[in-house]
Structures are given as C-alpha cells and as structure tokens.
Design a protein around this ligand. Structure first.
Ligand code: NAD
Ligand code: UFG
Length: 335
C-alpha cells in the first residue's frame, strides 16, 4: 500500500488513479485545505472502489504513527503542502512552517515505522534562473522565493537523511508545469479564487467566467515574445511517479529526476491550442512582465527516460482537450 499525502489535490487525485491502474492500493492523507471532499468519490468512481482516506494534517505525527501502524504501507508519496509562489513571498513563515514541518513529520514517522521508500514532489523552481535551456538535473540550484526554498531545503534534508541511513530510497521529482486533467473529465485542477497559473486561467476565459487573459510580457527573447514553459500532462506526471516507485524498490539513496516533456510552448501557443480544443475564443491583452518570471523554462528529461524508462506521451492538444472536458464537467458539480 502507498501512503499518498495530499492525495485529494490536483496531482494527488490523478496519482490515485495511476496507482490503481498499476495495481497498487493506496491510502490518502489530506486535510482538504486546498481540495474538495467530493473528489474522493470521483476517484472512487474511476478506480472502482471507495478509496481509503484519513482526514488530517501531515504534520500530526501521532496520526501518522497510527496510520502507519494500522496499514501495510510500503512507500509514501508526499504531495501535501502549500504551493502558491506569490503567497509564499507575502507569508514566508507559513510556507516554511507548513512545508518543512510536513516533510519532517512524514520522514520521521516513516523512519519509526521502518518504511524507507519516499517520493517527494519537488519543482523546477529549484533551478537558478538562467537563459541556458534545457535544464538537466545538474543545473545550478537557487530558489527565488520562499516556496522554492522550501523545496530546496526539503531536498537537502532528504539527502542528509539518506546519508545517515543507507536503507532509505528516495526520489526527488522536479515537476515542470503540470496541466490537463484526467481524460474522463471528472478530475482536474480546482484553483480557489483567481487562478495564478496560465492553464486554469485560460480555461476560465474560454468558459466565459473571466473576460480576458493577461499575457505577462510580449518582449521576451522567445519566438513570439511570450514566456515559454514545459507543460506536462498531469497523467504523464503521475505515471512518472509509478516509474520512480518501481526504481526505488531496487535502488537505495536519493534519485533526482526532472519530469517534463523537453518541449517548450509559448503562452500564445497554449492559447491557440486551447481555442482549438474548446472551439471558444480566448481574448487576451499583452501586459508588462510578471515580476520574478523567466522567459524560458523547459526540461531535459533524458535522465528519467534513460534510468526510469519513462517519457511523457501526451501532447499540448490532449492537455487542452482534457482540461476543457474537466472545465465543463466542473461547472456541473455542486460548489
Ligand atoms: P494541491 O494544492 O492541489 O494539492 C495539495 C493537497 O495537499 C491538497 O489536497 C491540500 O488539501 C493538501 N494539503 C495541504 N497542506 C496539507 C497538510 N498540512 N496536511 C495534509 N494535507 C495538506 O497541489 P498540487 O498542484 O496537486 O501539488 C502537489 C505537490 O506538487 C505540491 O507539493 C506542490 O508544491 C508540488 N508541485 C506542484 C506544481 C504545480 O504546478 N501544480 C509544480 C511543481 C511542484
Ligand atoms: N502567464 C500569463 N498570464 C497568466 C498566468 C501566467 O501570461 O495569467 C504566463 C507566465 O508569465 C509564464 C507562463 O504563463 O510565462 C506560465 O505561468 P504559470 O504561472 O502557469 O507557471 P510558472 O512557470 O510561472 O510556475 C509554475 C508553478 C510554480 C512552479 C513552476 C515550475 O506555478 O509553482 O511552474 O514548476 F515552480
């Protein structure tokens, strides 16, 4: 059984489906601070059985000890945490406290229970800003905001833990830009309030919920002047975790992988793909750059391909089609 912290969230909910497809049982631990309780029923409908769920905080060590005593957990995937870059700049202590304490509590409880296999959700935000693309795992590291620092600090902590006890096998997976939704359209991203990220914002403009997209910057040194990112379908991302879990079963130590496609897509490319997938216009204005943004960020995913045997399979058209299906389905759900 796999313990999946934050299993009700955007990536975690898709991970549950991928785990079930790969024949794993799973236990969700989530405090529903950034997810809806009804997602559990939708995961259950896709996997054909009601998921095991513990409602609580990953920082609650007594709860973790109880769960690990009651269930035959072989490995954990740690998604739970806070993830909004701008909010982390405004509320740094909350980010350090929640993200670092959550990881510390989980690793300590796993260690006590004798479970030494862990997959950690890291981010491409740990790479120092550079115009040199693509980024491989050896690129220089430096965060530019408190959220990113929590990811880097947790990676460092995991290296130190594995050095202290060679029985640990840990994967740090650095995600590029996860987008899309489950192809059924019944799971997807559910941002609270105004979306910070491009893909859910575009989806809401296409649906008529927001009038226009603001494109942050049209003067980057990129082919059309707008920012270029490595968008990865959330189901490809989830399948990357399955490959990482398999690898950890036979390899001790810390293993770091980029999970990206290796392809860059501009803001305007994504807008056009979304218009094609939805059949709806996405009006936009080009406005000044957003502070802290880089012009380009895309992965060299060769290490995950060579070592894990994993490659992202789904392209931008499918990411947009699945996100649009979810956008329409979401409108039918009780709010
Ligand atoms: P999400 O907010 O949708 O999911 C996180 C889940 O964790 C939510 O269900 C939330 O309720 C839960 N949670 C938060 N704090 C908790 C706590 N203290 N105890 C228990 N549950 C808690 O986020 P996501 O997009 O699915 O991201 C998952 C992980 O991937 C995060 O660690 C995030 O930093 C990382 N990541 C995400 C992206 C992205 O663009 N989505 C990119 C890189 C890395
Ligand atoms: N953008 C717009 N308008 C918007 C939102 C975004 O033009 O309303 C642009 C951005 O300027 C950027 C691109 O769309 O060029 C993507 O922006 P996102 O906010 O969707 O994603 P980021 O690359 O800025 O950051 C995301 C996550 C971070 C994570 C990073 C790398 O939000 O947490 O990917 O994984 F660290």
């Amino acid at each position: 059984m796999i313990l999946i912290t934050g299993g009700a969230g955007f990536i975690g909910s898709h991970m549950c489906v991928a785990l079930a497809e790969a024949g794993h049982r799973f236990l969700i631990l989530d405090n529903f601070s950034n997810s809806a309780r009804d997602v559990v029923g939708r995961i259950g409908a896709l996997v054909g059985r009601a998921p095991l769920v513990a409602e609580g905080d990953v920082r609650d060590e007594a709860l973790l000890d109880r769960l690990l005593a009651e269930h035959p957990v072989e490995a954990a995937i740690h998604f739970a945490g806070l993830k909004a870059v701008g909010e982390s700049v405004r509320e740094p202590l909350r980010y350090y406290r929640e993200n670092i304490d959550g990881a510390l509590a989980l690793v300590a409880a796993l260690g006590r229970a004798g479970v030494r296999r862990l997959v950690f959700s890291s981010s491409a935000t740990v790479y120092a800003p550079t115009p040199a693309m693509p980024l491989d795992e050896t690129a220089p590291l430096r965060a530019t905001n408190p959220y990113g620092w929590t990811k880097l600090m947790i990676e460092q902590m995991l290296h130190d833990v594995a050095r202290s006890d060679p029985a640990w096998s840990i994967a740090c997976l650095r995600y590029f830009n996860p987008v899309g939704a489950h192809e059924s359209g019944t799971l997807g991203e559910e941002p609270q309030g105004v979306p910070n990220n491009l893909a859910p914002y575009v989806a809401q403009v296409a649906a008529g919920q927001r009038p226009r997209l603001q494109v942050f910057g049209g003067d980057y040194p990129t082919p059309d002047g707008t920012g270029v990112r490595d968008y990865i379908h959330v189901m490809d991302l989830a399948e990357g975790h399955i490959a990482a879990l398999r690898h950890l079963a036979g390899h001790a130590g810390v293993h770091t992988f980029n999970l990206g496609t290796g392809r860059g897509t501009s803001v305007l490319d994504l807008v056009r793909s979304f218009e094609a997938a939805s059949g709806r216009p996405v009006p936009y204005d080009i406005v000044p750059r957003r502070e802290g943004d880089v012009g380009e960020c895309w992965a060299d995913p060769a290490r995950a391909r060579d070592v894990l045997g994993w490659t992202a399979r789904r392209g931008i058209a499918q990411m947009c089609a699945d996100a649009w299906r979810w956008q329409q389905h979401r409108a039918t759900l009780p709010s």
